[in-house]
Design a binder for this molecule. Structure first.
Ligand code: HEC
Length: 311
């Protein structure tokens, strides 16, 4: 009788504890050098790539011991070490996370010292998806809760594969986890095209900031020269056409890269004309030109990159 009472009390307590945990939404955090920063649980944080010492100082203050990056760029391992953290590099695409990478993420998050910071480049799409997987496996999150988190993080709904990953996720079994090697590399070599896209993305970010600043150097980065950013962008698009990765994707793919190169060339020419004076008309041409480039990024990604993985 007493035992029954005790059992139901324990059940009621654990139920209310779970209900309490359910209402804990992700907490937005502010830190220099970290965009889209959130605390998801005592052990799991999510956000963008940490920029500079200030960002790592902020992570250190939170006690972060392990940083997992899921994008293609090479992480700043030395800086992480300086602040007593180690990196784990488990890159995945915008089309979703395959089962093996899911198991690697879960094992790394469970077995390495925490708290853990999970990031991608912007902290909006791939990183939050990886963090959702980890929270479903280790923090008792439901798929609904994980999906709500993606919306909070700002994950774009056109990345169907990322939403599908979260909806269809099944935590790996103990045997599956055991089969994953525990010596997680701090960095892995990305494919040539990934490297190239990471570089293109950096230039594109700068060009967006330039546009926002009224086609001038952005306030927080006065050294940027608009025409030069356009030059580096078209150079990257030209180099990308020569990569084996691109060639094996076929002529249509290479043609798209060529079109992007041409658009970036036109952007350069317009910036040079803008310097020479005739502004209003050129500004509106720049608007059109940059819109065309943005459109080419999106449409190529839609055609080649964002299709959901078939698992
Ligand atoms: C001709 C097609 C094409 C165009 C145009 C293109 N991309 Fe990509 N992009 C890809 C493909 C394919 C991938 C995936 C590569 C992989 O995972 O192997 C990719 C991946 C990326 C990534 C992810 C890299 C990583 O960390 O994994 C970023 C960021 C990116 N592109 C940004 C851009 C931006 C910004 C533009 C426009 C200025 C652009 N791309 C134009 C085809 C394209």
């Amino acid at each position: 009788m007493l035992k029954r009472l005790f059992l139901s009390l324990a059940l009621a307590l654990s139920a209310s504890f779970q209900a309490g945990a359910q209402t804990n939404s992700p907490v937005p955090l502010k830190a220099e050098g970290i965009e889209n920063f959130f605390k998801l649980s005592e052990r799991v944080y999510s956000g963008a790539a940490p920029e500079g010492d200030a960002a790592f100082v902020a992570l250190q203050k939170l006690g972060i011991k392990t940083v997992i990056t899921v994008d293609g760029s090479t992480p700043n391992i030395e800086l992480a070490h300086k602040y007593g953290m180690r990196y784990v590099h488990l890159p995945h695409g915008y089309n979703g996370i395959n089962t093996n990478t899911e198991a690697q993420l879960v094992k790394a998050a469970e077995s390495l010292p925490g708290p853990i910071y999970i990031h991608c480049h912007h902290g909006k799409h791939r990183g939050p998806t990886a963090a959702a997987i980890v929270c479903m496996a280790t923090e008792g999150w439901s798929a609904d809760r994980a999906e709500t988190w993606l919306v909070t993080a700002g994950t774009a709904t056109n990345y169907l594969g990322l939403f599908k990953t979260v909806r269809q996720f099944r935590p790996p079994s103990p045997d599956e986890l055991k089969a994953i090697p525990s010596d997680f590399p701090e960095t892995v070599r990305a494919s040539g095209l990934v490297d190239s896209m990471v570089a293109i993305d950096e230039r594109w970010d700068n060009l967006k900031a330039i546009r926002k600043a009224g086609y001038d150097a952005p306030k927080d980065n006065k050294d940027i020269d608009p025409a030069n950013e356009a030059v580096i962008l078209w150079e990257h698009f030209r180099e990308a056409q020569r990569l084996q990765d691109s060639i094996t994707r076929g002529e249509e793919f290479v043609e798209k890269l060529r079109t992007s190169e041409t658009n970036a060339h036109n952007t350069e020419a317009l910036f040079r004309q803008l310097k020479a004076g005739k502004s209003a008309e050129i500004r509106s041409q720049l608007d059109k030109n940059l819109d065309a480039i943005a459109q080419s990024c999106t449409s190529c990604h839609k055609a080649t990159r964002d299709k959901a993985l078939s698992q």
